[in-house]
Design a protein around this ligand. Structure first.
Ligand SMILES: *Cc1c(COP(=O)(O)O)cnc(C)c1O
Length: 468
């Protein structure tokens, strides 16, 4: 393809994306294809000769689009949002166009220095302590793995890298902690049996006294407590572990404190939500995902660390072919995580923050919080419905409850959710909370307005009436 062709299709694709943004609302939120339906329309072997773009684009529309679930639909209420924005998409186009690597400073000085700047902006936006410095990772899962690796090295005096672990190290998270913690424990070599799931209170937040008890028991048994992962906004219900109390315990026992705020962290941009980060001075590392609720298309995970020397000692490498004269004066982000080759993700973040301003992002967050509270009120007013957890940010966890036995309620709610999603008009997902099947309404799409939330509620009530 020559540049003239590129221009032609470039304009056409931008038009297509703009049309998609305008019309996504008319599509069924969740893809309606059956397993295998897409694959069977695609050739098993690759084409030997190049094909015309017109044909490829046509197949994209005919074959691929029906198999897309529309995360940017205003009635997206499933899992968590992964909202994007026009500014972010445009920046991503430029990033792809330049195709530059951000592994070390020299491989694109602007990529490294812009990353430093936007991470400092984000730190200020969330009100994190001044000593913290940030780096962009692909996902919260990777950020949490980096935290567990750095905690491992810190707990062993940086000897685990050299010799392996001499004594078992222990990781602590609440029973509501994200599965990425379990995964990181496996990958980082702690061993699953050295992950303690600390019980939670009636609001699904970690009980600090139980944490301290577990730490003391492990110390008495000759194990080394290495890392506590506190959740600020759990996946099931956005429960908030008490960071200050947990931080005091970590300080007393010399344990790394990592905070997973992957979704809810964005809420701290609005000052009324800063209570969630009370005790931030105790945090050793912190992750939140601009790719969830901050208008930045996937992927972009913001990882902050207090003692960057520990992070760098964990990951640094010095092969001859990567040495440059500037190494002493600059940051080389390859030493701040697992990847060597890195995408230039800072650009889209820069475009987003400048395009919306902190105030614009705050307004979006506040509007989603308002909608969630409104939805919660509707549920509370409705007979046969109940809210199952405090609404801290923009997630409402609820269920239909007509007073039937618990297992009956589980199947009733499962059926209700199936009926709701089968309309194609909205998409919600479920969780298990306190052993009960619960429906989650996660509000956070950029284009979601009150009438969309209202529509979802009308559908839920109508289907509930049918179900009962
Ligand atoms: C979404 C989420 C994760 C996982 O995020 P990825 O970026 O997909 O790895 C981890 N923890 C919490 C609390 C989350 O909400």
């Amino acid at each position: 393809m020559d540049t003239e062709q590129f221009r032609k299709y470039g304009y056409e694709f931008v038009d297509w994306i703009a049309d998609y943004m305008e019309k996504v609302e008319q599509l069924p939120v969740r893809s309606e294809v059956l397993p295998g339906e897409i694959k069977k329309q695609l050739p098993h072997a690759p084409p030997q000769q190049g094909e015309p773009m017109a044909q490829i684009f046509s197949d994209f529309q005919q074959i691929i689009m029906p198999g897309i679930t529309h995360w940017q639909h205003p009635c997206w209420f499933a899992y968590f949002p992964a909202n994007n924005s026009p500014a972010s998409v445009l920046a991503e186009m430029l990033t792809a166009g330049m195709g530059a690597q951000a592994m070390v400073w020299q491989t694109s000085p602007a990529a490294t220095e812009l990353e430093e700047v936007v991470m400092e902006w984000l730190r200020q936006m969330l009100g994190l302590p001044e000593e913290m410095e940030g780096v962009i990772q692909d996902t919260a899962s990777t950020s949490t793995l980096c935290a567990l690796l750095t905690a491992r090295e810190t707990a062993t005096g940086f000897m685990a890298n050299e010799e392996g672990m001499r004594q078992p190290l222990v990781v602590y998270a609440s029973t509501e902690g994200h599965s990425s913690i379990d995964k990181a424990v496996k990958i980082a070599g702690y061993g699953k049996k050295n992950l303690r799931h600390i019980p939670t209170d009636e609001n699904y937040a970690m009980i600090p006294e139980k944490l301290e008890e577990a730490i003391k028991n492990d110390v008495a048994a000759g194990l080394i407590p290495a890392c506590v992962v506190a959740s600020v906004g759990t996946t099931s219900s956005t429960a908030v572990d008490p960071v200050r109390k947990i931080g005091e315990i970590c300080r007393r026992h010399n344990v790394w404190l990592h905070v997973d705020a992957a979704f809810s962290g964005t809420a701290a941009i609005a000052e009324e939500n800063r209570w969630m980060l009370d005790g931030a001075e105790y945090i050793d590392s912190f992750v939140f995902n601009p790719h969830k609720w901050m208008l930045t298309n996937f992927d972009c995970s913001a990882y902050f660390v207090r003692d960057t020397e520990k992070l760098i000692r964990t990951f640094e490498i010095h092969p001859e072919y990567l040495k440059t004269g500037a190494d002493k004066e600059v940051k080389n982000f390859r030493d701040w995580g697992i990847q060597l080759g890195r995408r230039f993700r800072a650009l889209k973040l820069w475009f987003v923050i400048r395009s919306y301003g902190v105030e614009g992002i705050r307004q979006m967050v506040n509007e989603h919080l308002r909608l969630a509270r409104l939805f919660k009120e509707w549920i509370e007013e409705e007979k046969h419905f109940e809210v199952l957890a405090p609404v801290h940010v923009s997630l409402v966890v609820f269920r239909l409850n007509n007073g039937a036995a618990e297992d009956e309620l589980d199947s009733l709610n499962r059926l209700l959710l199936e009926k709701v999603n089968a309309t194609g008009e909205v998409f919600l997902t479920h969780t298990s909370l306190g052993g009960r099947y619960a429906i989650r309404m996660a509000i956070g799409q950029r284009t979601t307005q009150e009438h969309h939330v209202r529509e979802a509620w009308d559908i839920i009530r109508a289907k509930a009436a049918e179900t009962l």
